[in-house]
Design a protein around this ligand. Structure first.
Ligand code: PMV
Length: 327
């Protein structure tokens, strides 16, 4: 066995179709060039030790008991999905024994950019490299999904799919991932409301609204599918104006199902006023991030407008690389 092994995995933005994807509709996402890197080392004892440097949490798991070494009251909850990745890896591969994982992340947590999935995917992949187990992408997906269920409750799977495959992906529950062969560099500006929220809670909120208004919500969910179809067409034709307008329509539908709020609306409007071709919330909503589609000459103006409206802008590119081993 190696002394150590590293892997990294990207975050993602959902371009079109979040929430509707939970009800079996397709969604379109792209991996972004913000990554999580995990270094795995074997231990002499049976402990699973995790040190998440940027989140400032560390602790270990001995059998079923979690011990926190560093971190606040939420530390145990943050580490649990990572322990789950290791346990599922051990179950799938039969490789038992203690390990230590060191996690470094460029992706802000709980903001809709897929940080938890990137941590799970990179952790499973670093373990795969360390023990030379040759896991397939599908096995890494399944292991990561178990951790995502702990974090998000009833996730669609789009986050780990984007993180594993990289590039543009079309994802549909049950049908899986289609990696799209699109060579288009979208100028995307992310605006972070810096409001943490829980994806599980937002998904629940939509589900409760759907229980009260099934006919209305189901119609909106179906429109979500049409949005993705037309967005794909616009992407294939490199029609960024149309893509921006479809983004705006998608945002209105997300507003209609109750997942936007004032802080999100302020950033979306600021980006549009600064010349974005379109802007929408991305991910679960209720806080988290928005995305704006810019043109090259407008990127810095849009970023500045987001900042002035109280958000934190990130200028990012799509990443063609999904999960990868690192030296
Ligand atoms: O905010 P995020 O990155 O956790 O994305 C959530 C996307 C949803 O469609 C709302 C939920 C899901 O599991 O697909």
């Amino acid at each position: 066995m190696k002394e150590s092994a590293s892997a990294s995995a990207p975050g993602k933005v959902i371009l079109f179709g979040e929430h509707f994807v939970v009800y079996g509709k397709p969604a379109l996402a792209t991996a972004i060039d913000m990554r999580v890197t995990v270094k795995a080392r074997p231990r002499r004892d049976a402990r699973i030790f995790v040190n998440s440097i940027d989140v400032k949490v560390s602790g270990y798991c001995d059998g079923d008991v979690i011990h926190i070494c560093d971190g606040d009251s939420k530390a145990g909850r943050k580490l649990e999905p990572i322990f789950s990745v290791v346990r599922h890896f051990q179950n799938v591969t039969g490789k038992s024994g203690g390990v230590e994982l060191e996690i470094k992340s460029e992706i802000p947590a709980s903001s809709g950019l897929g940080s938890s999935a990137a941590v799970s995917v990179a952790s499973a992949s670093a373990l795969d490299r360390l023990f030379n187990t040759g896991l397939s992408r599908d096995e890494i997906f399944k292991i990561s999904m178990e951790a995502e269920k702990i974090v998000h409750g009833n996730p669609s799977g789009i986050d780990p799919a984007a993180s594993i495959y990289g590039g543009f992906i079309l994802y549909q529950k049950g049908k899986g991932v289609e990696r799209l062969d699109l060579d288009i560099d979208l100028p995307i500006i992310i605006g972070d409301t810096q409001m943490e929220r829980s994806t599980g809670e937002m998904v629940n909120r939509v589900s409760q609204l759907r229980t009260r208004y099934p006919a209305l919500i189901d119609k909106i969910v179906c429109l979500g599918e049409e949005i993705v179809t037309q967005a794909l067409e616009a992407l294939k034709n490199r029609n960024l104006e149309a893509l921006g307008e479809i983004m705006n329509i998608n945002h209105s539908l997300l507003n209609a199902i109750g997942v936007s709020n004032m802080r999100i609306e302020r950033l979306v409007q600021a980006a549009r006023d600064a010349g974005a071709l379109g802007a929408k919330l991305t991910g679960a909503g209720g806080g988290g991030c928005i995305i704006a589609l810019g043109t090259r000459d407008k990127i810095s103006g849009i970023a500045e407008a987001i900042q002035n409206a109280g958000g934190r802008p990130y200028i990012t590119k799509r990443s063609m690389d999904g999960v990868r081993f690192e030296e």
